[in-house]
Design a protein around this ligand. Structure first.
Ligand code: GTP
Ligand code: SPV
Ligand code: MN
Length: 659
């Protein structure tokens, strides 16, 4: 077995004439025979004009982005305003993850469970072979090796994606540790996850005649198919985000969750941050929120509380594994941020604003007259723009200038709040896990679970209003357990049981679990909580709770432990008592309805829902008891005094503000 050198990896391997590609033709330098054979087999199927092994160098990134500018698939932004930055515009049928085109092809349908689309692996492979047949004619096939997590780290994993999209290659170069170093890690017996991706737009017809390329090639037929037993992903027809960057949701979460189940760890849709209190004590916090519900923002939070700091480790995915010391250790397996652009501003997320000042690929944002980018919420709308579809736009156009799921792709090393911990090969020990969603009603600002089982119940019962991150109706409330509804690669009930098992193994070394909700609304429809930098106030309470040996700072509510009087620092906030009360109000009637709804949801998941999770629902219903007729009127009343009449326990929170 020869070792690999960067030299030959640079050189395109000539492929034609077909079909005499010898088995292992691409193995020179590749220590793993299965990898060499797989590349040859995919080339024989898809028939590209050439094969390029990507090395992950700066030179490669600049060469490829420049070629895409020449080809018209990227627009270079003004080099003075946004150096090394580009705008890509997708077609309007390829703007978000497509959950109805996403499949888990496990051996049996019950392994995939009721929340996933399932297809038998044999029939899916047959259909995909038909679609991929000669799908890369006239194009370059890129072989993209990458490491998820620090190369060689205890929690890290390796992957290789084949793609015919240069946009995907330059995105993966940012999003993962991509290139020669990762390829070198794949020894003769090293496991790696295989990803095959084609946009499905060959540049030559079957008769050899030329077919025009377009700025955003794609195919009306789309599949994002996962084969957990093979540890393989096949994606056809889409070039966007999680559909096409197979390292992200496909590998790190869907295939990752099945590997994690088999090996006793957790692959989660979580941000990871380091919180430091004024005394210098550090806490590591992981938080799972559904798509477009605030992970990137929380990971980069600028605390409004003096003396506190937040450093970023990850903003979307965390892999958590019990360590030799019996605690739960976590890494961010990614190297970049694929963040939601709309809503990002100096006021909401100055760190992200700074992150995207250079070397950033923007997708589906608007273009300004001077060659910069714009999106809703960035600033006052300019007088005119070119919108995300390339059309002239003015504020009177009545349509968003940027697509609501417009995104930026930038390296984490550009994040000025990046924690040194991101580089730590074996990750960080986790002190607290947060579950949250976008809930206009019912769910309080923060609640602490009373046990791991109760925390798993909190994760299992997350509901959230749909966002633009996936196709579907925005605003509709849907269950999204652990923020993982579209990302668990096996049966949902079995996944909950796996969480219970991991907690049991961790015992009293397990992180504490909390539920948070930044999105509760008042009667006038506006957010009750200022959010963003003020979320540090909630983190500070969580840190205090993690440090506390007893229930100091907390009181019981029907839903779990909430801040005691004065324990949530709201000094300096313009927050009426009425709002603080409403943020923690437990409306019994609404919660009994929610319990019925949860029971129906559990029933829809079948008999794999763990008994311990069902028992939590029974206990919750008992704690809530009969509906309280006066809860609605006290909400209207709006003073701490009125709150006292409703519930002595919650009143302590409300009176804390006045103090
Ligand atoms: P994915 O990348 O899709 O997984 O999203 P995410 O969970 O990282 O969400 P992100 O932080 O990008 O936030 C999505 C949207 O929610 C943005 O428009 C934010 O401005 C908004 N948002 C984030 N945090 C808060 C908050 O504390 N309060 C309010 N009101 N909005 C928030
Ligand atoms: C999400 O939808 O949760 C994202 C964007 O983070 S994507 O990479 O497209 O999945
Ligand atoms: Mn996400």
């Amino acid at each position: 077995m020869t070792t690999c050198t960067a030299d030959h990896l640079h050189t395109p391997v000539p492929v034609p004439p077909y079909p005499e590609v010898p088995q292992g033709a691409f193995q020179h330098g590749i220590a793993n025979q299965a990898l060499a054979d797989w590349v040859a087999r995919i080339a024989l199927l898809t028939r590209p004009d050439e094969i390029v092994w990507c090395d992950g160098s700066d030179e490669e990134w600049h060469r490829m982005t420049e070629a895409m500018v020449q080809a018209g698939s990227l627009i270079r932004l003004d080099p003075g305003l946004r150096p090394d930055s580009f705008l890509a515009r997708s077609t309007d049928d390829d703007v978000a993850r497509m959950e109805d085109r996403t499949f888990i092809c496990s051996q049996t349908e019950s392994q995939a469970g009721p929340t996933n689309n399932w297809r038998a692996p044999g029939s899916m492979h047959a259909e995909l072979d038909g679609l991929f047949a000669e799908s890369m004619r006239g194009r370059t096939m890129y072989v993209v090796p990458y490491s998820m997590g620090p190369v060689g780290g205890a929690i890290s994993q390796l992957g290789v994606q084949i793609t015919d999209s240069p946009y995907v290659v330059v995105s993966l170069a940012t999003m993962t540790r991509m290139g020669t170093e990762a390829l070198r890690e794949i020894g003769p017996d090293t496991p790696w996850v295989a990803g095959v991706h084609s946009v499905g737009h060959p540049l030559r017809n079957a008769d050899g005649t030329r077919r025009e390329d377009v700025a955003w090639p794609s195919n009306p037929t789309k599949y994002i198919a996962h084969f957990p037993e093979e540890r393989a992903i096949w994606s056809f027809g889409s070039g966007y985000g999680g559909n096409a960057l197979l390292s992200k949701k496909c590998f790190a979460l869907r295939i990752g969750s099945t590997i994690a189940r088999d090996e006793g760890w957790l692959a989660e849709h979580m941000l990871l941050l380091k919180l430091t209190d004024p005394s210098g004590r550090a806490f590591h916090i992981a938080a799972a929120f559904p798509s477009a519900c605030g992970k990137t923002n929380l990971a980069m939070l600028r605390p409004s509380l003096p003396g506190w700091s937040v450093e970023t480790i990850g903003d979307d995915i965390a892999w958590l594994r019990p360590g030799p010391d019996g605690r739960l250790w976590a890494i961010n397996p990614e190297a970049g941020i694929f963040g939601v652009a709309p809503g990002t501003s100096e006021a909401t997320n100055p760190v992200a604003v700074d992150l995207v000042r250079k070397r950033t690929i923007f997708t589906n944002v608007a273009l300004t007259e001077d060659g910069d980018v714009w999106w809703e919420g960035k600033s006052e709308p300019p007088a005119h723009l070119i919108d995300w579809q390339g059309h002239y736009w003015t504020p009177a156009s009545g349509l968003p200038a940027a697509h609501p799921n417009a995104r930026f792709t930038a390296p984490l090393t550009q994040c000025r709040t990046l924690a040194d911990d991101w580089f730590a090969a074996d990750g960080v020990p986790v002190d607290a896990i947060l579950f949250g969603g976008r809930r206009a009603s019912n769910v309080p600002l923060v609640v602490e679970s009373t046990s791991w089982e109760h925390g798993v119940f909190m994760g299992a019962t997350i509901s959230s209003e749909r966002t633009a991150a996936q196709e579907g109706t925005v605003g509709e409330l849907r269950h999204d357990p652990f923020g993982m509804l579209p990302f668990v690669g096996y049966d949902m009930g079995d996944y909950w049981q796996h969480w219970l098992d991991v907690g049991a193994a961790l015992g009293d070394r397990a992180p504490r679990i909390f539920q948070v909700n930044w999105f509760r609304k008042g009667p006038d429809g506006s957010f009750l909580w200022p959010g963003f930098g003020d979320n540090a106030r909630v983190l500070a309470w969580i840190a205090a709770r993690v440090s506390a040996r007893d229930t100091a700072g907390a009181v019981e509510s029907e839903l779990g432990l909430i801040p005691a009087e004065g324990a949530l620092d709201v000094r300096g906030l313009d927050l009426p008592n009425r709002s603080l009360y409403a943020l923690f109000e437990v409306d019994s009637a609404a919660w009994l309805e929610e319990c019925d709804e949860i029971a129906a949801y559990f029933a829809s998941l079948g008999d794999t829902v763990p008994a311990a999770v069902r028992a939590q629902l029974v206990a919750l219903r008992e704690r809530i008891g009969e509906p309280q007729s006066h809860s609605a009127s006290s909400r209207e009343g709006g003073s701490a005094g009125t709150a006292t009449e409703t519930s002595g326990r919650r009143a302590v929170v409300a009176s804390g503000v006045a103090a």
